[in-house]
Design a protein around this ligand. Structure first.
Ligand code: CDP
Length: 218
């Protein structure tokens, strides 16, 4: 049977990653965190001091980058990497590169897993429009800021609440208003309000996936 593709889109700190990791564990699916791919490119740009406004420098980076691995690290979640990743996410060539990597990861894993879950901003609306389940995570902004602030503090980052609020507001703006693949509810998307307790969201999602898996067997 074809691998079940689930897309999860939503704004910064809405809980997409937590939900995707839950699906991965609960159903033994393969997980692609597309934000991580943008973060990896942003980290290289910062380390190499590449000027993102210089097309020539960006072209050289794209030409030499090769396959981007999904390995995570604390350094990739810092506020500065978050900021730069949403800046470079506006560049069409960078989006094409990330999309190519995602499609390759799906091709390489679709025979090995009965399902693949991919989270990001444009996954259900642009990259995998034909996905069988498209989730859109909509969480109250105040709650998103509180959760991200706690996450950063727990990780030992030195930050203040107002700067987390500013960073999230700015990224929301950039993600929703950019010309290339703006954050939007995908056609046929199911809106999940994740402002509640995580267990409640998990139950809702479990029901949706189980129903789909049952319908596929019928
Ligand atoms: O975890 P969080 O929601 O804070 O961010 P992320 O999912 O790791 O994504 C980092 C940045 O990459 C976002 O601010 C987006 O601007 C960008 N991104 C995107 O444009 N498209 C995607 N499919 C995934 C991420």
């Amino acid at each position: 049977m074809k691998s079940l593709i689930i897309t999860i889109d939503g704004p910064a700190a809405s809980g997409k990653g937590t939900i995707a990791r839950y699906i991965k564990k609960e159903f033994d699916f393969f997980h692609i965190d597309s934000g991580l791919l943008y973060r990896k490119i942003a980290k290289i740009i910062l380390d190499k001091k590449i000027n993102i406004k210089n097309t020539k420098e960006i072209n050289i980076l794209i030409k030499n980058i090769g396959d981007i691995k999904l390995s995570n690290s604390k350094l990739l979640r810092s506020p500065v990497v978050s900021k730069v990743s949403s800046e470079i996410a506006r560049i069409k060539k960078i989006r094409n590169l990330v999309n190519m990597n995602q499609k390759k990861l799906v091709r390489n894993n679709k025979e090995k897993f009965r399902g693949i879950v991919i989270d990001g901003r444009d996954i259900g609306s642009v990259v995998f429009k034909d996905a069988e389940i498209k989730l859109y995570i909509d969480t109250n902004k105040k709650i998103r800021v509180k959760r991200r602030f706690k996450e950063l503090i727990d990780r030992g980052e030195r930050t203040i609440y107002s700067s987390v609020l500013k960073n999230i507001k700015l990224r929301d703006e950039k993600d929703k208003k950019r010309k290339n693949s703006p954050l939007t509810i995908p056609k046929g998307g199911i809106i999940i309000d994740n402002s509640c307790k995580l267990n409640q969201t998990k139950k809702t999602i479990q029901k949706i996936i189980n129903q789909k898996l049952i319908n596929r067997i019928k």
